[in-house]
Structure formats: structure tokens, C-alpha cells
Design a protein. Sequence first.
Length: 433
Amino acid sequence: MHDMMASINKTDPEIYSLIRKERERLSNGIELIPSENVVSIAVLQAMGSVFTNKYSEGYPHKRYYGGNEFVDSMEDIAIERAKKLFGAEHVNVQPYSGSPANQAVFFALLKLGDTFMGLDLNAGGHLTHGSTVNFSGRQYNCIAYNVDKETELLDYDEIRKQAKEVKPKLIISGLTAYPRKIDFKAFQEICDEVNAYHMSDIAHIAGLCATGVHQNPVPFADVATTTTHKTLRGPRGGMIMCKIEDKFDKNGKKNLAQKIDSAIFPGLQGGPHDHVNAAKAVAFGEALKPGYKDYCRQIVKNAKALAGTLMDKGLELVAGGTDNHLMVIKLVNKGLTGKGKEVQNALDEAGITVNKNTIPYEPGSPFNPSGLRLGTPAVTTRGFKESEMKVIGESIAKIIDGYTDKKTIENVKKDILELCRQFPLYPDFTVLE
Ligand code: DSN
């Protein structure tokens, strides 16, 4: 048995007790936020390692400080594993998270005020894809594309038409709440037709892309960004993958890979988080093992099972279901327009963690939206299969129908606790005990 908490237990009981409470919350509840996961003990250990002590501005074998020989080897391994996993020409593992990764791509490829296109936030884009309250929408000119109002699907002919009118310098493909497959090749073709860079943000579905469970844009997109902590099941962090050659600047002083690297450091960040990069290397190593593909396949099977149960119980889903790891429940037909927050809170009380979310053409507001976003990466790691997803789906439907009823919440909470006891979290590890 390992015990990473033996020391903090004595030296800082205040923080120790909060860590312990968080562990209990995770153990006794169902985690359905699609951007969260449960990392391995090896990933936890790498994150808690002495690499956190080091400064290593620069890139492997070209650092500004001494003492980096082991950091260099570790970062080399992280890069090589990521290249193999995704079929990438060039990889930068230093982004602190997904948002700085995206910001660095803007720095590398656009000038302030340049026009780009990204998916509307309500329809499942991301803040950094051009939201007016984010750097991307404030410092650059974003013309958002949307999903079709009827089907709630991406309409590639419409996006092409819009791109021809807008003439963007960059088009972002990718999602945080779009439940269907994305045709990244179609985005690439549109970008080629209108002379735009193609940046694919695969943060949510990176694991599915790496294993062929979803089309992988990395081999052909100019740039792909990702976080490392979602389906990829690594530490909280980011990564950029790109082509080496810049298709619009073949004879420039820097190629595309060099532009991306210098946008991260020294353009945006200082020293990389070496302990996190070590944990990224560990997670990429785990994802290269055969069992990871089975895990990714099961994520999608579980999502389809959950979506099926919810629809059988009369709930409506954005775009009519899911092809990936997530789904968005539309509360509108239940008379709960703008009530996402209240239903989220009731589910929380019952031990089911989801997040309120906007739906396409949202009639409410981002803080009081009309949707709930659910996903299966974390519960699949925990070992849940289709039969457990049915129990969870039925529980969610009960809460939605009786979200103000304490008795309903109490009864569901008992069922959820019983389910959780059958699937203990970190069973062989006294971490946080
Ligand atoms: N906050 C993340 C998500 O939940 O999708 C995206 O950055």
C-alpha cells in the first residue's frame, strides 16, 4: 500500500481535511462532467514529484538554467509519446492548459484584429473560440458559425458559404458541448478553399481521436490543441501539435513549429510545469497501451447507453443523441427553460455531478441556461458499463421530474451511494486516507 498523505496529514491538517473531503465527495458521487476524469496513481505520483522544484525556461537541450539534464530527458519522452499517439509532426507539451495553448496559436498565426471563425459558445464552442468576454473575441474579430437550428448539427455547406464571405485567416474546429461527430476533413477542405489556417481544438475528444474512435485531425490540420486531463486522462495541462511547415510562409524566417514554440515561450509563458509534464508523459504512456483503446470505445458505448435511457424517459437531447463522450439535455420541453442551475443543484444533492449548459440558440442566459451537459469519461474509468448507465439515466430523469422534492432527492441519493460502493475509487491506494 502507498500512502502519499502520511506527511501532510501531520503537517497541515487543515488542507489535509479538505483533500480528504474532496476524495469522499468523488467516492460517494457519480462524476458526469464530460471534461473531468480520474487519473492513475502513477499520474498522481508524477505530479507530486520533485520535478515541481525545477525551473527550465526554454526547450529540451536549449535551457536558460543549469541542472536540466533529467527534465530534458523527461520532456523528450513526453514529446515522442505524444507524436506517436496522435501521428503529429511537431509537439509542444509546455502549455499550462487549454486556454493558453489556444492563445499561443492566436499569437503565432494572427495579428491583433484579424478575422477568424469559431463555433458559437451556446452551440458547444469554447470561450477561447471567440467569446466576446474572452481575449479571443476582444482582441480579434470573431465571426461565429452556428449549428443548424432544426437539426442542431454542423452544416458544412453553410460553414463553407460563410467562410467564403468572411474570408477568415483562421477557422477553429472543435467543441466543448457538441455531442455529434465532427468532420475535421471537411473543415480542412474549407480552410484550403478560403486560404485559412485550420486549428482543431480536440481537448474534449483527444483520447477518442488518438485511438481512432473519432476521426483524428492531427495528421492533416495545421494546428491541433488539446488539454491533457479530459478523455486523455492525464494531469491538468495543455499541448499543441502542428505541422512543421507553414503553408502560407514557406520561406519565412521561422517555420510553423518554431512559430508555435516561440509563441508559448517566451511569447506567453515562463518556466514549464515540469512535474505536470512528467505526469503528461506518464498518461501518454498509458494511452499507448492496448487497454486504452478499449477504454475509449467503452466511453462512447456508455454515452450511447446513457443517452438512450434519458430519451426513453422522455428527455430531449441536443442533436438527438450522442456520437462521442457527451450529451446535452434540453430542459425546455419539460417547462424548465432557464432552470439548468436549479436542476444541477438538485442532482448535486443526490450525488450526481453535472454542469448546467447553454443549448443551441439558448432562450435563457449563460448563468441560467436551459441545458445540462453530461459525459462518461470519469464513470468509464471507474468501471461502469451500460447497465450502470441505465441506473444513472433513470435517476437523472427522476430528479429532473422532481427537482424540488426532497423525498425524491433523498431516495435517489441512496441508490447512487449504493452504486458507488460497488465501484470504489482508488481501491488499492490509501491516497488521501
Ligand atoms: N471548462 C472546460 C469544459 O468543461 O469543457 C473547457 O475548458
